[in-house]
Design a protein around this ligand. Sequence first.
Ligand SMILES: [Zn+2]
Length: 89
Amino acid sequence: MIPGLFRLIFYLVVAYVIYLFLRLFLSPRRPARRNTNRPEPSGVMVKDETCNTYLPREEAILEKAEGKDYYFCSQECRQKFLKQRKTRT
Ligand SMILES: [Zn+2]
């Protein structure tokens, strides 16, 4: 028996456990690597100006007008918006 060796191993195990805890609690959280092939839902809601509904930007139809981005829930709303714009000016 070599008590000194066992004590050394014991300390190493304790040190390793402390190291694991420190790493778990102190390390800056690295953002999980995301699948770049699939666009991540941004969670951004956009407003359909025609029917005043909010919908996720990914699902909206984008219409660029006068340097501004307009979003619509459907082609119908987009057409309505375009008609309104024409009559307004
Ligand atoms: Zn709409």
